[in-house]
Design a protein around this ligand. Sequence first.
Ligand code: SAM
Length: 327
Amino acid sequence: MSALVDQFGRTIEYLRISVTDKCNFRCRYCMPLEGLPWLPKADILTYEEIREVVSQLAVMGLKRIRITGGEPTIRPQLATLVRFIRDVPAVEDIALSTNGVKLPELAPELAAAGLDRVNISADSLQAERIVAIARRDLGFEPVAAALAAEKAGLGPIKLNVVVMRGVNDDEVVDFARLTLDHPWHVRFIELMPVGSLEPMTEEMVVPSEEVLSRIQDALGPLTRTAGPARGNGPAAYHQLEGAAGSIGVITPMTHTYCGSCNRVRLTADGRLRTCLFGDHEVDLRGPLRAGMPLAPFVRQALADKPQEHALLTHRVGGLRALSQVGG
Ligand code: SAM
């Protein structure tokens, strides 16, 4: 078995698969209210095609999968894809990123199909505010979604909170408090003012140092911890004294962690993206549908994987929204 290594010596073992570009939310920092020009159905990889990509990459060293979107749970029969991927022997870990709306309904069948764990996006614990941020009233209850996932065995549970000044930054302590009693990992993400969404300005970015110091002021000292046993990505983890869970910060706006980047992304229409930001993509759908082996295309993509993302230099504008590239 050969390893997937890029031009800077980083070993790539983690693939994030976007299964749809559509979403049932319209989060103000992610997707315009009217939606986006959706991909034609014929361009979207079938579950069988995704299985083929995963199988070929697994032979090359892929070990961990995250299913994402758009909102992956709105694609019908998602459990079928989970089962397909579970049957690929080299895959050690299958995670799902979801806004959590459908988790109470779907968690048991996804777990039975072989899903290991979930990340739930939750930007507020207040019903009205959830609707104001997501711009859809779907009755989402973050704690209920996390409990449903936990009950189904989809742990360690991670809750991802995008912190926005003047919108939800007054809730960081409430989110942190959840980790006292629940073995959950609450991760605060610095808002990335990408795409052309208004009114997302740099003034709304809350640096993670500020988030951590607000939590310490309210709830006491934090100590650095290793974080959850599985799925450690770019987050740095801390723990409150005696807490069951941990608090993570993800800092795309104030730090880069590209030197340890171990991931690539598959867009819903079958392009391999080697960086969340920028335009480094190689089409896999064409070769796949032509019955060609994917290895040469994958190696070409890795040869072009950038050393660092451009977010710290480009800042606002120009970059595609995360829903389009499988954030
Ligand atoms: N729908 C799924 C979900 O909600 O987790 C998966 C896709 S969503 C694009 C993935 C993550 O990207 C979510 O946690 C979301 O909050 C985050 N995200 C999207 N746009 C962002 C932005 N501009 N800044 C920071 N995080 C963002």
